[in-house]
Design a protein around this ligand. Sequence first.
Ligand code: HEM
Length: 355
Amino acid sequence: MTSRRKLLTVSAATAAGAGGLTAVGVTSLPNGSSNRQKKAPAHLRGVVPLPYAQFISFDITGESERVDALRAAHQAIMAIDGGSVAAWLALGEGVFASSTNKPRHLKRMPSFAGDVLDPVRSHGDLILHITGSSARVVQQAVEQTLRALPQQQVRWRADGTRPENRIENGRGLSRNPFHFTEGHGNPGTAAEITERATVRDYQGEPSWAIGGSYEVIRIIRLATDFWGRDTIEEQERIIGRRKEGRWLDGTPSTERAIFAADPHGKTTPLDAHVRRAAPDRRNPPPTVRRSYNYHRGPDEQGLIFSCFQSDLKKGFEAVQRRLQGEALAKYTLTVGGGYFFVPPPGDAWLRATAD
Ligand code: HEM
C-alpha cells in the first residue's frame, strides 16, 4: 500500500494546473501504407496508432456558441487530418442539448473504486486528439488548430508517446512505462477493429450516432519506482504475461492461454491483470485499446489509457469492474480522463448537438 499512498501524496502536490508533459525517447513507426487506410475514421486507422499524441479537452461556454464552436473544431480537425497526422474530435455529454440525441451510454465518467479524479484533468465538453509521426508535426498541427479556435477554453491537456511503436505478428504493439509490451490482446485486423469499436444500427442508439465510437480516457499515474523494486518474475505474475508478451505457461503471445487448465492460479494468479481483464479467452473484451505513455515533470509518469468500443457497458465498464482488486492496483492511481463519443465521419452529427 505504501506505493499507492505515495502516488496519492505526490498527486495532491502536483494537482494544480494541467499540461506540461514532455515527449520522451520514442522510435518512429514503420509507417507502411497499410497502417494509414484513407477511408477509415482517424481514430481507428490501422492496427497501431501514430506514436505521438496531444489530447486537448475544452469547456464550451454559452448555449448559443455550442454549435459554432463544434463546427469550428470540426473544420480545424479536418484541415490537419491526413498524411503524417491523424486527428479526430470526441464529444462530452455536456454538448447535447437534449437527451433524445445523446448517445445512450454517454455520461460524465464516474469515479471507480480507488480513483482520485482531479477535476482539472478530467471530463470536458469536447476533446481533440492530434496524433502524428513525430513530436514536431503534432506540435505544428496543435498550434494551427488552437489558432483556429481562439475563443475556446482549454480544460486540460496531455501529451503522450508510444515507445517502440510497431506492428508484430499483425498486432500493434508499444512499450508501457512498466516496460511491458502492450497490445497483444488487441484485434489485429481492420474488420475486427471496426467490429469492436463501431456503433451499429441495432443498438438502439440515435441514428446520427451509427458509425461512431464510445471513447474512454483514463489518466493513470504509475508508481514506476515501486514497480522497479519488484523482481521481473513478480511483475510478470502481476500482469499475467512475460514482459514481451508470452504467457506464463510458455504459450506464445500469438496463441490463447488456457486459464481453465489452471483453476487455482498456480501459473497465472487469479488476480493477474490479463486474467481479470479477459478471463474467457474465446470471448475477448469488445474494446480496442490505444494508450500512450506520459511524463509530467520529474515525479510523474503513467499511461493515458484510451479505448474505443461500440458499447460502453459491455466494453470498458465490464473490464473495469473485473479489474477491481487486481494485483496491479497498488501500483496505479487514476487521476483523470473522461467518457466521450467520437462522431461518425461527416458533419451530420452537428445537428444532433443543436436540437
Ligand atoms: C493501470 C495501467 C495498466 C497497465 C500498466 C496495463 C498493462 C497491460 C498489459 C502489459 C497487458 C498485456 C498485453 C496486452 O494484451 O496489451 C494488458 C492487457 C489488457 N489490459 Fe491493461 N493495463 C492497464 C490498465 C488497463 C485498464 C484501465 C483496462 C480496462 C479497463 C485494461 C484492459 C486490458 C485488456 C482488455 C487487456 C487484454 C487482455 C487480454 O486479452 O489478454 N488495462 N494491460
